[in-house]
Ligand binder design. Structure first.
Ligand code: IPD
Ligand code: CA
Ligand code: CA
Length: 268
């Protein structure tokens, strides 16, 4: 197995440079426009961050393919691939809210992330992991929480804007708000996963995400000792990003049972 840990500091440096670039635009007048629909915003800062990241990653590993949210895919997908979200949490960023991140993953041919870096420049926090090398926050090892039961947990979640998902999602939130200490919708999936890895939240769930939202964060959770599955407990769907149930391990079965119960509820 290549020494992914050796490459990790170089990827961290790229994320730090991109983070500095985003801060030049943060809480200043910002050019922004919509993409797929009226709520799908992108800004000049997303583009500027990507313009820092992509050439730097190409220089690091010229043979690797690239998938980045704002520029799409390039290169031969039969090998290593960088998966990049230049700003995760653009709606927060554009509103001047500091909960946003830069997410960079390197995935192997099977789609397994081998390096994952999630950086929040506004908080000065850099989360990173390498496969088999552990997870860290600003260089210090991190681990998932020891919270033993759903009733004591804080969960992070997200909403998809697809209309057909509105009711199922609301059913999930209703079921979980009655079984947990608290639910939070923060607005950056990558940072949510980093928060689970760091033991600040006990779990996270969301549907209909894209690989660039989750790949780096999933490796953080994996290396920090957490458990990842889809809502039916299948780990093999891990990197499709269509259903993410991510926990400290101890509350995983309870979370899946609550999500299943929500699916059975009528009413909404
Ligand atoms: C979004 C964030 C958000 C999640 C959305 C994503 P973006 O990413 O991760 O938390 O709920 O589904 O699209 O658009 O800010 O890169
Ligand atoms: Ca994103
Ligand atoms: Ca984005």
């Amino acid at each position: 197995m290549p020494d992914w840990n050796a490459l990790r500091p170089e990827v961290e440096a790229v994320a730090l440079r991109a983070g500095e670039e985003t801060l030049r635009y943060f809480r200043k007048p910002l050019a922004q426009w919509t993409k797929a629909g009226p709520f799908d915003v992108v800004t000049e800062a997303d583009k500027a961050s990507e313009a820092v990241i992509l050439p730097a990653l190409r220089a690091l590993l010229p043979e690797a393919a690239l998938l980045s949210e704002e520029s799409g895919a390039s290169g031969d997908e039969g090998g290593l691939r960088w998966v990049v979200d230049p700003i995760d949490g653009t709606a927060n960023f554009a509103a001047g809210m500091p909960y946003y991140s830069i997410s960079i993953a390197l995935a192997d041919v099977a789609g397994q992330p081998v390096i994952g870096v999630v950086h929040n420049p506004a908080y000065g926090e850099l989360f990173s992991a390498a496969l088999g090398g552990g997870a860290a926050l600003n260089g210090e090892p991190i681990h998932v929480s020891a919270t033993p039961a759903l009733a004591q947990s804080i969960l992070l979640g997200g909403f998809s804007i697809y209309p057909e998902l509105a009711k199922p999602q609301l059913r999930q939130w209703m079921a979980l708000m009655q079984r947990t200490r608290g639910l939070r919708r923060m607005g950056s999936a990558a940072l949510d996963l980093a928060s689970v890895a760091a033991g600040r939240a006990d779990g996270y769930w969301e549907s209909s995400l894209s690989p660039w939202d989750v790949l780096a964060g999933l490796l953080l959770v994996q290396e920090a000792g957490g458990r990842i599955s889809d809502f039916a407990a299948r780990p093999d769907k891990l990197y499709s990003a269509k259903e993410m149930a991510v926990t400290n391990g101890a509350i995983h079965d309870e979370l899946l049972a609550a999500l299943a119960a929500a699916g059975d509820q009528g009413g909404l």
